[in-house]
Design a binder for this molecule. Structure first.
Ligand SMILES: [Zn+2]
Length: 212
């Protein structure tokens, strides 16, 4: 009963203050005690064991600080965990994007190199000789529709790319020494329309967004 009133004093809300002002007070040792007539009787029996107001206040304030700091550190821990998770997700995403970009770049570089090499090989006199021989063999007509317009010469059974890849051709001299590249039986004239429909043509690859 007495303790309850002492605790109420610590919380010091308005109702308590009003209540305290209506109570008797007495100085015991270094402390001032407030009490009701019933408390007075209680104190007279237990005054040696009861906690002082100051001790209760200190304890409560100490406990509150510990409690608050525990709550704060727990909140910080949870917050840090959440931040770490988000940071990790972002970093994983960036990693995936970098890997995708690297692959795309490597494919693009590879294809750019291929088209450059092909252009160089097609400018060789040897290419012109092979081309003319193929055209002559087929009577200068598209092997599919017989058209004589816009003729191109196709590497028929084994594509230009497949041959350069198989023999590891990276320059004109290597191309010059490769018999399969200049095999007349592996060539056929096609009009542009039909050449564009062959799977290894530049047009076909670009339309289908593929790389060889
Ligand atoms: Zn044709």
């Amino acid at each position: 009963m007495c303790k309850l009133q002492l605790s109420s004093f610590i919380s010091m809300n308005l109702a308590d203050k009003e209540y305290l002002s209506s109570l008797e007070k007495e100085v015991i040792g270094n402390y001032v005690y407030f009490f009701s007539p019933l408390d007075k009787e209680y104190l007279s029996h237990f005054k040696d064991t009861i906690e002082t107001l100051e001790e209760l206040k200190k304890y409560k304030s100490w406990y509150q600080r510990i409690f608050d700091s525990k709550k704060l550190s727990e909140a910080k821990r949870i917050y840090k965990e959440e931040i770490d998770t988000i940071v990790k997700k972002i970093s994983d995403l960036h990693k995936e994007q970098r890997e995708e970009e690297r692959l795309l770049y490597s494919k693009k570089t590879k294809m750019d190199k291929y088209w450059q090499l092909r252009k160089e090989i097609e400018s060789m006199p040897q290419y012109g000789i092979w081309r003319q021989a193929v055209l002559q063999k087929f009577g200068r007509k598209c092997a599919v529709c017989g058209s004589t317009e816009n003729l191109e010469v196709d590497h028929r059974y084994k594509s230009f790319y497949a041959i350069t890849k198989e023999y590891g051709i990276t320059n004109k001299v290597q191309a010059y020494g490769c018999a399969e590249l200049w095999d007349i039986d592996n060539g056929a004239p096609l009009c542009k329309t039909h050449h564009d429909q062959t799977p290894s043509s530049r047009k076909y690859l670009q339309t289908n967004q593929k790389t060889i």
